[in-house]
Write a protein that binds this ligand. Structure first.
Ligand SMILES: [Zn+2]
Length: 249
């Protein structure tokens, strides 16, 4: 029984901020994506409402390192923090290049090769960079001594890393062995509606993003998306019936 996990949404993602998910069994309490730093007190309250403290969380996992998904890693005093090493290198280089450049719309193109096709005004990109400068705080990623790389370090049994590239190059989703298969998708699935208006970054690769989204939707009974409420993706495969997904909300 102990290899089966429960899944609860602590913060439901909005167009601006990410979903924070608690997955737990009798040995571990795991946060998948710690959210925007502005959501710190909401996150603490959601834990307190479940009679949990920040120190009860022993693992944090980041699906990727956009600032709205990892802004509260440092709050958990004893948690190991899992992330992709390659994603860390890519994202750190991305923010560093943006902040160092006088023409961030050009710097961003090195990291988002399809950027030009979206035809954003340079002004729009510069506004995003201004916001990113306010919220990207590397020390919020958590202490380096407790950092673990998903490429080499193992998660507890029943939590499986699913590479889900497209939104970013090294994005991962987490497959959870719950009574019905749950995938905590991060921004590999932004929301249930494919064209939901979500104010996150454009995909690194639109084709990879769409292929990844379709694959995850086919496999999971329940999807926890990065910027919207949990939903039932594939009701037929859900042994708890068509409404099974809502029990995780
Ligand atoms: Zn993102």
């Amino acid at each position: 029984m102990s290899d089966l996990w429960s899944v609860e949404t602590l913060i439901v993602g909005s167009p601006y901020s990410s979903t924070c998910t608690l997955v737990a069994n009798d040995r571990h309490r795991v946060i998948i994506d710690s959210g925007l730093s502005l959501d710190q007190s909401a996150l603490e309250q959601a834990l307190h409402a479940r009679r949990l403290d920040l120190s009860d969380v022993d693992i944090v996992i980041n699906t990727h390192l956009h600032l709205d998904h990892c802004g509260n890693n440092s709050l958990f005093p004893r948690a190991e923090v899992f992330m992709s090493r390659r994603e860390m290198q890519w994202t750190s280089a991305f923010y560093a290049a943006l902040f160092a450049s006088r023409t961030p719309e050009q710097a961003a193109e090195e990291f988002y090769p399809e950027l030009r096709s979206y035809e954003f005004a340079p002004r729009t990109i510069r506004n995003v960079v201004r916001l990113a400068r306010l919220f990207w705080k590397p020390d919020r990623l958590g202490d380096a001594s407790r950092r673990r790389w998903i490429e080499t370090d193992e998660l507890p049994r029943g939590l499986e890393v699913r590479p889900s590239p497209g939104h970013t190059p090294f994005h991962v989703s987490i497959q959870v062995a719950a009574p019905a298969l749950v995938i905590v998708a991060g921004d590999a699935v932004l929301a249930e509606q494919p064209h939901a208006k979500v104010r996150t970054m454009i995909p690194y690769s639109r084709a990879a993003f769409l292929a990844t989204r379709a694959a995850l939707m086919l496999e999971a009974a329940t999807i926890v998306p990065g910027h919207g409420p949990t939903f039932s993706a594939h009701p037929d495969s859900n042994s708890n019936g068509a409404n099974g997904g809502t029990r995780h909300a």
